[in-house]
Design a protein around this ligand. Structure first.
Ligand code: PAF
Length: 290
């Protein structure tokens, strides 16, 4: 396995793989890996990638000034061991100065789908994501890049960027990996105390109730009220619980397209996000291409 920290190094490894005619798969991550990340590696293999690269980079530009950049969990040695066991071909572990060298001044802003929900609550977040993802795409030049659907709005932003800029990369989106009790796997789950961890699956349960309400014919307001009621009285802070069109992340009353029950809550100091897709029975509308 290639462990690369420099741009030239990873490009050399990729050049050799391309010379062998291998399809390049890419899984960008911020490390502290869990089964959700590893399942994205598997998805890249299933989609025919003979050479899979995983990047590990905790990207400072996607964190707000009062967010958790400095305490974001990191365990490089464990991540490398997990990826080695999954037979990943290369790990790209750049330092901050490699990604953002002195004088770096370019930012990528995707408007529209970046604006609501996470965009509203985390100003600059998606600009940081789009900037680093475009940069990583330019370094790796993958045939296929894989992202997890837990970060649904991020998937939509990246999909928009790829389409708008005609980037020569295919995207795939992996299903959210869940713990046995429904909690979406996330590196940030490591922040939860045992009491908070016990409470956290109620979030997934609330989203599931919203989905059930929609399937019974509830309006958008009713479905959102159902989700809110499911968390009522619990010591959690609801940031938002919404029913949206996954192409725009705006509220919709349409039932002819795929819908997303999406939310963010705080359990103690930890902010969790999650979503559930509601596939329309009838039509051809889709979320970002799979
Ligand atoms: O989803 C993540 O882990 C990050 O937002 C990403 C895509 C690796 C960009 O830093």
């Amino acid at each position: 396995m290639n462990l690369c920290t420099g741009v030239d190094e990873i490009r050399d490894a990729l050049r050799a793989a391309r010379a062998e005619g291998l399809r390049i798969g890419f899984v960008p991550t911020m490390g502290f890996l869990h089964e959700g990340h590893l399942s994205l590696v598997d998805l890249a293999r299933e989609r025919g990638c003979g050479f899979v690269v995983v990047s590990i980079f905790v990207n400072p530009t996607q964190f707000g000034p009062n967010e958790d950049f400095s305490r974001y969990p990191r365990d490089e040695a464990r991540d490398v061991a997990l990826l080695e066991a999954r037979c990943v071909d290369a790990i790209f572990l750049p330092g901050i100065a490699t990604v953002y060298p002195e004088g770096h001044a370019t930012r990528v802003r995707v408007s529209g789908v970046s604006a609501p929900l996470e965009g509203e609550r985390r100003p600059g977040h998606f600009e940081g994501v789009a900037t680093v993802v475009l940069k990583l795409f330019n370094i790796v030049q993958p045939d296929l890049a894989v992202f997890g659907r837990k970060d649904a709005q991020q998937c939509a932003v990246i999909d928009r960027m790829v389409r708008d800029l005609d980037l020569p990369v295919e995207l795939a989106f992996g299903e959210t990996a869940r713990e046995h009790d429904g909690l979406a796997m996330s590196s940030r789950n490591a922040y939860l105390s045992p009491e908070e961890r016990a409470l956290a699956p109620r979030f997934h349960a609330a989203l599931s109730e919203g989905v059930a309400a929609v399937r019974r014919g509830a309006s958008t307001d009713e479905a959102e009220a159902t989700m809110t009621n499911a968390l009522r009285g619990l010591p959690v802070e609801i940031d938002y619980l919404r029913l949206v069109d996954p192409r725009t992340f705006l509220a919709t009353e349409s039932r002819d397209c795929e819908l997303l029950a999406v939310g963010a809550i705080r359990v103690g100091r930890t902010r969790l996000i999650d979503n559930l897709r509601i596939v329309a029975p009838s039509d051809g509308a889709t979320t970002p291409a799979t």
